[in-house]
Ligand binder design. Structure first.
Ligand code: AMP
Ligand code: FE
Ligand code: FE
Ligand code: ZN
Length: 283
């Protein structure tokens, strides 16, 4: 685990980074909200990859459970040939330009899934066409984790981590890059939808050069609390936030896939005072 104890000592009030079955998470929006309530989370954002499908269902359940719900999404984008993830909060989930973007990404993700299946077939890992179709139909945002699940189910690997290590990582024989949209366009879309843009998990290899480029393109915030950030990385990004006048957020990036993932849910996120500060920005 990369998150050191110190970051787990403050009580989590808000978790602004989670996933559901609408993208590559394992729980439905209703299940996720229920689980968040049992972990004592008071403010929740679901940030599925390139989709807002879960928003309505989650909002209904959150109201029942007395949790504050913030509509969110995690966009994939390219900046200077590097993929980054940009979270958006407080967007209008009905916005026209949003749905155009989502549909385009969904189609591109499906084409890519089939290309990955084809590449895996070339190295002897044949996946049954109807099981692939079924898997694609279970989500609104197919990605490598779904292909990894199919490899596990077919008995080619023992778990999804292995599937990534052996076949789906950037140098793996099944890897196909996502054809992403430029960060400039994603940031302008978020702006258009009245949302706040936040760079997700910069600790996943986003260099200071790339952060600077995103700031120049209008990025509003940076994720500080994340399971991939220990206290020294958090201090480092807090300094960047001060230097560039960025707001700061955090969350568990919960997908519900592993024990480690489960451990962080309710343990990594924003303390109340930090949430209060951000709530003024996202209002
Ligand atoms: P994609 O956007 O389709 O390229 O897939 C990236 C997603 O895969 C990330 O959002 C993570 O949820 C997941 N992921 C990345 N690395 C791993 C890994 N080693 N094991 C399991 N899931 C992973
Ligand atoms: Fe994911
Ligand atoms: Fe991400
Ligand atoms: Zn995420």
């Amino acid at each position: 685990m990369s998150c050191t104890r110190d970051s787990l000592e403050t009580k989590v009030h808000a978790d602004l980074h989670t996933h559901t079955t609408c993208s590559d998470g394992c729980h439905s929006p209703t299940e996720l909200v229920t689980k968040a309530a049992t972990r004592g989370i008071q403010v929740l954002a679901i940030t599925d990859h390139d989709t807002v499908r879960g928003v309505e269902e989650a909002e209904r359940e959150a109201e029942k459970r007395g949790i504050d719900y913030i509509p969110g999404i995690e966009f994939s984008a390219d900046v200077q040939d590097r993929e980054v993830h940009i979270l958006a909060y407080g967007i209008d989930p009905e916005g026209d330009r949003l749905h155009e973007h989502i549909q385009k990404m969904q189609a591109a993700r499906e084409r890519r899934a089939w290309r990955m299946v084809e590449r895996l077939g070339k190295v002897g890992l044949t996946l049954n066409e109807s099981t692939v179709e079924e898997k694609i139909s279970e989500t609104h945002s197919v990605g490598r984790p779904h292909i990894a699940e199919l490899l596990v189910k077919a008995g080619y690997v023992k778990n999804t981590d292995r599937a990534f290590e052996q076949y789906l990582g950037e140098n793996g024989p099944g890897y196909v890059a996502k054809p992403n949209v430029e960060a400039k366009r994603v940031l302008s879309l978020i702006n258009h939808l009245g949302g706040v843009s936040v760079l997700a998990h910069p600790g996943h290899w986003t260099s200071s050069r790339h952060i600077r480029a995103l700031v120049d393109l209008g990025l509003c915030g940076i994720e500080l609390w994340h399971p991939a950030h220990d206290s020294s990385l958090r201090s480092y990004y807090a300094r960047i936030a001060r230097d560039y006048n960025l707001c700061t957020t955090g969350g568990s990036d919960y997908h519900g896939r592993t024990k480690e993932d489960d451990y962080y849910f309710g343990r990594v996120g924003m303390p109340e005072t930090e949430w209060e500060r951000f709530s003024e920005v996202v209002a």
